[in-house]
Design a protein around this ligand. Structure first.
Ligand code: SF4
Length: 204
């Protein structure tokens, strides 16, 4: 049974409950993995994806598949640097399975997104990340309320608490958006902005 306290004082206790969360399953949604929750090891930036893929669901670790490799290539980070820099979480944290069409992964429903936002809200309260990187249209929409990649990739936003938010498109290869030269240069601009913020965190 899913346990959600009215208040959390540490990320460790939040993660303990998040790792065994079954809220969507209890609400009737067909999840195909347990929650994917990366251990907190002092990361100061927050990577916010859409949902784990099949590989991540099996390994119970975020960004393990091809998309993760592309993301690290964009950021020019090896695995240790990537996982040491970014606390990685997502709009929903269990592998949602395939859609009826059988192509790609099922997009989590608005109800699942809502159920899972509990964990992110508490992570933000406890970790107070100074840099948040929403990855892909769904995460960008949830965090910033912005629709359309061209409108936001390459831009820096500021959240209510003063944290920087710098969106990236999803690196899964499912979308051809990143293939055009103009869009690729927007991605490069976003990566430059992220580097500046990460350097600021490291120096702070
Ligand atoms: S997607 Fe989120 S809210 Fe739903 S069961 Fe998994 S961890 Fe819980």
């Amino acid at each position: 049974m899913t346990r959600r306290r009215s208040s959390y004082r540490s990320i460790a206790s939040l993660q303990r409950d998040n790792r065994v969360c079954r809220a969507c399953f209890e609400a009737g949604f067909p999840l195909e993995s347990l929650p994917v929750v990366l251990g907190y090891s002092g990361q100061r930036a927050y990577m916010f994806g859409q949902a784990p893929g099949i590989v991540e669901g099996q390994e119970r670790r975020p960004w393990r598949g091809r998309a993760g490799k592309t993301l690290r290539r964009w950021l020019a980070m090896d695995e240790d640097t990537f996982y040491g820099t970014f606390y990685c979480a997502s709009v929903t944290r269990c592998y949602p399975g395939r859609p009826a069409s059988g192509r790609g992964d099922r997009t989590p429903t608005p109800r699942e997104q809502e159920l899972c936002s509990f964990w992110r809200e508490w992570e933000f309260r406890l970790l107070r990340p100074q840099l948040v990187v929403p990855v892909g249209g769904l995460a960008i929409r949830r965090l910033l309320g912005v629709t359309g990649l061209a409108a936001c990739i390459g831009r820096r936003y500021e959240l209510d608490d003063g944290a920087a938010a710098i969106p990236l498109p999803h690196p899964s290869g499912a979308s051809s958006w990143v293939n055009s030269p103009a869009n690729r240069s927007l991605v490069e601009r976003a990566v430059d902005l992220i580097r500046v913020e990460v350097a600021r965190l490291d120096g702070g």
